[in-house]
Design a protein around this ligand. Structure first.
Ligand code: SF4
Ligand code: SF4
Length: 63
């Protein structure tokens, strides 16, 4: 599952366009993820300039 560090995220939204599953979105205040759509591909993790994203244990909601 994708973990978002809200304290680091700048909501630059650069990662949104990279997500092949359209799992990322934002509410103008913070970045959000639809865990049920995320495939743990890590594209967004590798892109984020401030390392606000990481992949935690568990996939498909089986944490
Ligand atoms: S690329 Fe990083 S800083 Fe930008 S919105 Fe995504 S998680 Fe936040
Ligand atoms: S890990 Fe992949 S599927 Fe999940 S939010 Fe990031 S870019 Fe999208």
């Amino acid at each position: 599952m994708l973990i978002i560090d809200d304290n680091s995220c700048l909501v630059c939204v650069g990662c949104l366009a990279l997500c092949p599953e359209t799992a990322l979105y934002h509410d103008l205040v913070s970045l959000k993820v639809r865990q049920e759509l995320c495939s743990d591909c890590r594209f967004c993790v590798q892109f984020c300039p401030v390392e606000a994203l990481s992949i935690g244990p568990g996939t498909d909601g089986d944490v």
